[in-house]
Design a protein. Structure first.
Lengths: 284, 218
């Protein structure tokens, strides 16, 4: 039987179906390519920079009765002014942010990300926006811990999968007595267990802990100095968005040059400090 | 425990509860439409429709809502299909709920004794009248308790839509926990809101049961 389009055999039908699906896929991929042109140009055309963060990371990202506040908010607003665009904020769980960035649901992730070698392969980091060096926090009434080394033989908690927890484990291995390390889904649980006396210290980045201790000074106190290798928090963009990251970096440098960064730091950290003017080589 | 944390965040929690109610009700309504259609397809006797309905049910009942939401919002974007967050949230909840509601309705239809439809045919009822006067009224009444069950589950599953950036009740209570460093109070507040909403749902269920069983009370 002659095989025309109207009298296809089953196999022909299957084949044409597959070709159809493949060409639809190619068309969609092409469509995506068309969207994937320069993000910076798109942002300027839209007049709006869409950022995402998780508003559960004080003092960087806080949702205070529904109003977005924090170091990141103040700084990204200044960056928006420098770029001449409005900023739109999305609140996403941390686990959705990096997939969302890759799926082009927004332009930039301003959740503070610790710069590590592994992450540099997948994302483009901005200039550092804050210190991320690992430190410890204890109960305010606990006199047995005066310096980081005093956690020997005690229990310490931290958030799973963070660079700070990894640094704690390395630090603890060198102490004379073993440290019991407890891993939590998020830092709030670690703080709650610290307050409840189930652990003796919580590990996190210095600025996060310093802010928590200042908010609940009756319960928590800092253990100084920070024990970790100096590391930094940056924001991240997609690898192919170099023009956007360059523009954001120029804006960050501008806020450092005219004292706006120092003002934000004083407001949230109680003191100002200098940040590297280039993206530092990760030590971790 | 500092109850004033809940009091301080009451407006924020209330707004979030409104969002939870909104996505849940929209998901329930979408699920009802889909569930009704899929149930009809499954009992239609048409082999293609029956298979399609069975496939729908096994897919959307078998894949976790969280995975469906991530798929709709993030994976489709890989192909240039940009689904807005709210559409992804309602769509994800509705598609999944449709599968469960279809099965609840089908079960209820099957619970109506076959003899009734046969008897109605024998005395000359039309097919439409059999559905309208005999099958549906009884099936609806039977399906109310499991449907309320399903709505309650959906309301609680609506906490998952935070993965696409919707500020619903659970998400907002986590925000409050982290900004106040008072997790217990924030989650207790959210729990009370869920309980209140679900009690209202249960109340609606009792009303619906009463109405539907008028004239057949035992």
């Amino acid at each position: 039987m002659k095989s025309t389009i109207y009298s296809m055999t089953r196999r022909d039908a299957l084949k044409s179906g597959l070709i159809g699906a493949a060409s639809a896929g190619a068309w969609l991929a092409g469509l995506r390519g068309a969207f994937a042109d320069d993000t910076l140009a798109n942002v300027k055309k839209r007049g709006e920079l869409v950022i995402a963060t998780e508003m559960q990371f004080p003092p960087f990202d806080i949702s205070d009765n529904g109003t977005y506040k924090g170091v990141d908010r103040d700084l990204i607003d200044e960056v928006g002014k420098e770029l001449g665009v409005k900023v739109k904020y999305l609140d996403l769980p941390w686990t959705s942010i990096l997939p969302g960035l890759e799926a082009r649901k927004f332009d930039l992730c301003i959740a503070p990300v610790t710069i590590t070698k592994e992450r540099m392969q997948r994302y483009l980091f901005t200039l550092p926006i804050a210190d991320a060096t690992a430190a410890l926090m204890k109960r305010a009434n606990d006199a047995s811990i005066a310096k980081p080394e005093d956690i020997a033989g005690k229990a310490v908690g931290g958030q799973k999968g963070t660079s700070q927890l990894a640094q704690l484990k390395a630090f603890a291995a060198k102490l004379p007595k073993p440290v019991e390390v407890k891993e939590y889904v998020d830092n709030n649980q670690s703080y709650a267990d610290l307050a409840a006396g189930r652990i003796d210290a919580s590990v996190n980045s210095f600025p996060n802990l310093a802010y928590a201790a200042s908010q609940r000074a009756d319960t928590f106190a800092m253990v100084t100095p920070p024990f970790g290798t100096p590391t930094y928090f940056s924001w991240v963009g997609r690898l192919d968005d170099k023009s956007l990251i360059d523009a954001v970096n120029a804006a960050i440098l501008a806020t450092e040059g005219d004292g706006r960064m120092a003002k934000i730091q004083k407001a949230w950290f109680g003191q100002s400090f200098d940040l590297p003017k280039t993206v530092p080589e990760p030590q971790l | 425990m500092q109850p004033q944390v809940i009091a301080h965040s009451l407006a924020y929690l209330t707004l979030a509860a409104g969002m939870t109610i909104y996505v849940s009700v929209a998901g329930i309504v979408l699920g009802m439409g889909l569930g009704f259609a899929v149930c009809l397809a499954r009992v239609s006797g048409n082999p293609v429709l029956t298979r399609a309905g069975a496939f729908y049910v096994s897919f959307f009942r078998g894949v976790p809502v969280l995975v469906q939401l991530l798929f709709i919002y993030y994976f489709l974007a890989e192909f240039g299909i940009d689904v807005p967050a709210m559409a992804a949230a309602i769509g994800g909840l509705g598609l999944a709920s449709g599968a469960f509601q279809a099965e609840i309705l089908r079960g209820a239809l099957n619970a109506v004794p076959r003899g009734q439809a046969e008897a109605a045919t024998a005395v000359g009822f039309s097919r439409i009248d059999i559905w309208r006067r005999i099958l549906l009224p009884q099936a609806l009444r039977i399906s109310v308790p499991p449907l309320i069950n399903e709505f309650t589950l959906l309301l609680k599953a609506s906490s998952l839509v935070s993965v696409v950036g919707i500020a619903e009740l659970t998400r907002v209570s986590m925000n409050i926990a982290s900004s106040t460093y008072r997790p217990l109070e924030a989650y207790a507040g959210a729990g009370l809101f869920y309980l209140a909403i679900n009690l209202c749902l249960a109340g609606l269920g009792i009303l619906a049961e009463r109405r539907l069983s008028a004239g057949s009370a035992r």
